[in-house]
Design a binder for this molecule. Structure first.
Ligand code: NAD
Ligand code: UDP
Ligand code: UDP
Length: 325
């Protein structure tokens, strides 16, 4: 690796599910990685194999506080992503998205770094346009229980675009659709991890509502590839760009698939649908295909098998890294 091509990369939320995969990829590509995390939903276990690498640094820090470091690129991922966690302290969730964005944008401005925001399909809310293209403005309840996350992320996008317009900052905005894989927190309440953990323990799978709502699930490795391609794309392509897998499934189909793949004795039980739960969600990825040459390559069945292997190892106390494909 030549000196000039080694970048100093800051990953906020780098001890989380997606951040840990991104850290691994950036180190493997020969860059210096600084992870900043307050360990709210992330864990040292996710990055334990990186701690001995001299090109890796870990800093316990909350992005709602100013941060003074010297870096070339910033991936801003800090924010709890599962409804249970982001609704646990909703005021802090909005602060993390909004104050966190202001601080990371201020940092990017001072050191002239390129900065990528991990935005979300939640900016489309409960969408009445299907599938969702980037041009759709969304349908978000601004005072419901999901608003701390949805509106926080929407405001962060606003800040990114205003720093771009006002200060000519080099920004990149990706809208991530439901992504799953090894290192999801087993208790974080998201549907893939919940169902797999329940199925592996032969506990009943908790289906919210009648299970006819849909989601489109992207495997983490595909997502990280899209994120890196976006960061490396020409400066005039700033997004927002959808990154997700267009394969769409009802949540009932997902439950049945996971029971079949695990060979579980679990049954499906029905629980009330949470307020403002989106009825349908599927990315239109035309823009990512055209501008990034990106599309997902891992099917739901294949991704679920890898994720099941990970949780199986985790629950039985075996090393989890060997379970990764
Ligand atoms: P995660 O909860 O595993 O990771 C988030 C990380 O941010 C954790 O390590 C957490 O400790 C850290 N964090 C939270 N608040 C912080 C703060 N104030 N200061 C510093 N660190 C803080 O979730 P994830 O799935 O890895 O999501 C990563 C990012 O991608 C998030 O911004 C999320 O909104 C976005 N995203 C994820 C998905 C998905 O399906 N996984 C979908 C859309 C968007
Ligand atoms: N900031 C930071 N690190 C830096 C530069 C700025 O955390 O290296 C924070 C700083 O606390 C400020 C925010 O980023 O509140 C926004 O910075 P900006 O320069 O845009 O605004 P100003 O400092 O003028 O309010
Ligand atoms: N869900 C479910 N059972 C669970 C967890 C989630 O039926 O144990 C449903 C949830 O109501 C939603 C979908 O699965 O309709 C996806 O939920 P998740 O929290 O994973 O993501 P999000 O709603 O943010 O897309």
């Amino acid at each position: 690796m030549k000196f000039k091509t080694r970048k100093r990369v800051l990953i906020t939320g780098g001890a989380g599910f997606l951040g840990s995969h991104l850290s691994e990829r950036m180190l493997a590509a020969g860059h210096d990685v600084l992870v900043v995390d307050n360990f709210y939903t992330g864990s040292k276990d996710n990055i334990i194999s990186l701690l001995d690498n001299p090109h890796f640094e870990l800093m316990r820090h909350d992005v709602t506080m100013p941060l003074y470091v010297e870096v070339d690129e910033i991936f801003n991922l800090a924010c709890p992503a599962s409804p249970i966690h982001y609704q646990h302290n909703p005021v802090q969730t909005t602060k993390t998205s909004v104050h966190g964005a202001i601080n990371m944008l201020g940092l990017a401005k001072r050191v002239q770094a390129k900065i990528l925001q991990a935005s979300t399909s939640e900016v489309y809310g409960d969408p009445d346009v299907h599938p969702q293209p980037e041009s759709y403005w969304g349908r978000v309840n601004c005072n419901g229980i999901r608003a701390c996350y949805d509106e926080g992320k929407r405001c962060a996008e606003t800040l990114f675009f205003d720093y771009w317009r006002q200060y000519k900052l080099r920004i990149k905005v990706i809208r991530i659709f439901n992504t799953y894989g090894p290192r999801m927190h087993p208790n974080d309440g998201r549907v893939v991890s919940n169902f797999i953990v329940q199925a592996l323990q032969n506990d009943d799978l908790t289906l919210y509502g009648d299970g006819s709502q849909t989601r489109s699930f992207c495997y983490c490795d595909d997502l990280i590839e899209g994120m890196i391609r976006m960061m490396d794309s020409p400066d005039d392509f700033i997004g927002p760009v959808n990154i997700g897998n267009p394969g769409e499934f009802t949540i009932r189909e997902l439950a049945e698939k996971i029971i079949a793949l695990t060979g579980s004795r679990s049954k499906i039980i029905y629980r009330p649908l949470p307020q403002d739960d989106p009825r349908q969600r599927r990315p239109d990825i035309t823009l990512a295909r055209e501008r990034l040459g990106w599309q997902p390559s891992i099917s739901l069945d294949e991704g679920l098998k890898r994720t099941i292997a990970y949780f199986d190892a985790l629950l039985s106390g075996r090393p989890t890294d060997s379970a990764r494909a």
